[in-house]
Structures are given as C-alpha cells and as structure tokens.
Design a protein around this ligand. Structure first.
Ligand code: GN1
Ligand code: MG
Length: 368
C-alpha cells in the first residue's frame, strides 16, 4: 500500500465521517487513481468509506473535475429521488464532504483526496461471466446516459481534452514510433503495422460529429465492465462508478468501450490471444441492455454506428497501450515488464474478431 494506515487516518479526519478508523486497505482497481477502502466504528456499527487520491498527472484540473462530479451525482440523485427509487446511496455515488464543506481535501503535499460512501452488497468483475451480466452492464450505462440527458447548466468541463479523439491518439502513436525513446519499436513491429494499417477508421466518428450527423452528449467515457456495480444477491446493476471522465462526448464511445470490456471472456491483458474473441451472445445481451435505456434518446444515425464503435474504441485503447509502451510506461500503471504491449495485443486481437463479425453485430442492432 502506497499510503500507510496512519497517513490515511490523517486524511480521513478531514472528512465528515463520524467514527474511529479500524482498518484501511488498497483497492486494486483501475490503472490511474489510488483507491482505498476504510472501515470505521460508528457508534458500534462498522461502516465503510472509499478514499481516493486523484492522479494529477492525468487529471490536470481536479477542482473542475470535482465540480463536474458533484453536478452529475446531485442531478442523478435528485432524479432518482423524484422517481421514488429506493436505496439511493447505493444507486448513485455519494461524495462525503470535508469538514469545511468541500468536495475534496488538498493535503500538505498538494494531493487531492475525496471520499465516497462505500456501496455495500455489490461486486465487480474484471471479465464478464455470462450474458446476463453483459445485459446489466449495457443497461447500467444506458441508464446513466439517460439520466444525464437533461443536466441543466453550462457544458461540463472536459477533464481530459480529446480523450477519445482517435485521430489525436493515432498521431501520438506515430510520434512515439518516430521517437522510439526506449528502443522498443522493434519489439512491437507487428502491432505498429496493425495500427498504421487501420488509419482509415480513425476519422469516421470524428467526421460524423463535426458534420452534426451525430450529437455531442454527456457521457461516462470509461465504461469498463469493472466500473459496473452488480448486486451480490440478484446480479442486477446497482450503479456505475469512476466518474472522473464524465464530460461532453459521444454516446457511441461509451458503447464501444462496453463492447471492448464485456464481449470477450478474457481479461484486458490476456496473454493467450487464442482465447480473445468477441462473443455474439454477450454482444446481443449488451446491446439489448444498453438500448433498453438508451433507445429512448439515441438517433438512427447513432444506432447505425453501434457495431463500428466497438471496433473503434477497442482499437483506440489499443493505440493508447501501444503508445504508452513505446513511451516508457508513464500513463497506465503496469504490473510487469511488457504489460502495456500485452494489453495492446489483446485489444488488437479483439479488433480482428469484431471485424469478422461486424456486419452481423450491426444487423442484430438494426432490428432491436
Ligand atoms: C484507464 O483507470 P481505469 O482502469 O478506470 C483509462 C481508460 C482506459 C482504461 C483501460 C482516465 O481506466 O481510458 O480505457 O484504463 N482511464 C483514463 O483499462 O485514462
Ligand atoms: Mg477510470
């Protein structure tokens, strides 16, 4: 654990938590932020909270980010309240304010910390176990987008500008190949060739957005399957987490990342590429779940790119892993040498699998 328990104790005292800290541990999820769960004794009952340190080399403006998160969570909460949805603190993340009433605490070394109510009785999975889970994931993010369709006020801040801009990601890869600062390009020749060969798909959605064929929406932008909390008892979706990249985006990017993370039986860094594949039964349930909620607002033009978006986002995340590998692994946390290259290979294999089934996938969506 990067932070020791006593350091977390100091952090936790800054927040409106009433109780004594009992125990804290690292949550090994995500490649970016540092996350801890901590339990407290609150008047004889054990309660848990999440403490998280925001990665400032990735999120340059944590204050604006937290403003986004507050607006989004408040809006969702008040809509759920209006709909008389029970169990509110499980259905939407709840920020615990600091003792000064702020949404984050800045410590002596300039780090930004925030605290969430721990959602109990849920579990997350790194890879999908069955089509029902894929359905629930699609529904969870579809609902999330749907609840934000009418967020009032100014445009949300782009916490990471051009986050899913495939053209820019492609440009970064070209630069990393040209620089080859770590002399790794020769180890990733096949992957680099694969990436360059796919340049023709890079601009499709960007052009559609620029021409107004598809709209900008408020989207989650990190719709990994492990960001969906599923109820332990019923297996139903309870809420989605990881709201740092909720910002203006394209609904299809969200769907694409769901395809990337829910349709293969493998983990994101699976080394045995023969196991990596887009499974049609998973895709069908994912699309059904997503459209059960997002079908209310998606336009026919958006719907026509649904299968393509899976290929595009899987490709884009693959580009990012490859770029980070070539540039010395500075962005995504790695757990072994060559980790980002392994992750890239898995993505590109999945792109191939989607390519083989793309027209069948779209055909299925068209009749939903
Ligand atoms: C990062 O940290 P995590 O796992 O939630 C990344 C996503 C990638 C993902 C790949 C802010 O998400 O864009 O798709 O890794 N988040 C950021 O696993 O870059
Ligand atoms: Mg994330």
């Amino acid at each position: 654990m990067a932070y020791q328990e006593h350091q977390l104790t100091e952090i936790s005292k800054q927040f409106q938590i009433y109780g004594e800290i009992l125990h804290a541990e690292t949550c090994k999820i995500g490649h970016i932020n540092e996350t801890y769960s901590a339990s407290y004794d609150q008047g004889g009952t054990r309660v848990r909270y999440i403490h998280q340190k925001i990665n400032q080399s990735v999120f340059k403006n944590p204050t604006a980010l937290m403003k986004n998160v507050m607006r989004v969570t408040r809006h969702i909460r008040s809509k759920l309240e209006e709909m008389h949805v029970p169990d509110l603190t499980r259905r939407c993340l709840t920020i615990v304010p600091t003792r000064k009433g702020e949404s984050f605490f800045r410590d002596g070394s300039g780090d930004f910390w925030r605290t969430f109510v721990f959602v109990e009785g849920v579990q997350t999975f790194e890879s999908v176990q069955n089509p029902k889970q894929a359905y629930e994931a699609g529904k969870a993010f579809g609902n999330f987008q749907n609840l934000l369709v009418d967020l009032p006020g100014e445009r949300l801040v782009e916490t990471i500008p051009d986050f899913h801009n495939t053209r820019k990601r492609f440009g970064s890869l070209q630069k990393a190949v040209a620089n080859d600062h770590f002399n790794r390009a020769h180890l990733a020749k096949k992957e680099i060739d694969f990436a360059l060969k796919h340049e023709p798909i890079v601009d499709t959605l960007l052009n559609a957005l620029a021409k107004g064929k598809i709209p900008e929406r408020i989207t989650h932008n990190d719709t990994k399957f492990n960001n969906v909390m599923l109820d332990i008892d019923s297996g139903k979706e309870i809420c989605v987490v990881d709201l740092d990249t909720v910002m203006p985006g394209c609904a299809l990017y969200d769907f694409g990342d769901m395809v990337r993370t829910t349709t293969s039986p493998t983990l994101e860094d699976e080394k045995d590429l023969t196991k990596v594949r887009m499974q049609m039964p998973m895709f069908k349930k994912l699309a059904e779940g997503y459209l059960s909620a997002a079908g209310k607002f998606l336009t026919p033009a958006e719907k026509s790119f649904v299968a393509f978006s899976g290929k595009l986002i899987t490709f884009t995340i693959g580009l990012r892993f490859l770029t980070d590998y070539l540039a010395g692994d500075t962005y995504f946390r790695i757990h072994r040498p060559g980790h980002n290259l392994d992750r890239c290979r898995t993505q590109f294999r999945l792109v191939e699998s989607i390519e083989q089934q793309e027209s069948a996938m779209q055909k299925f969506v068209n009749q939903l």
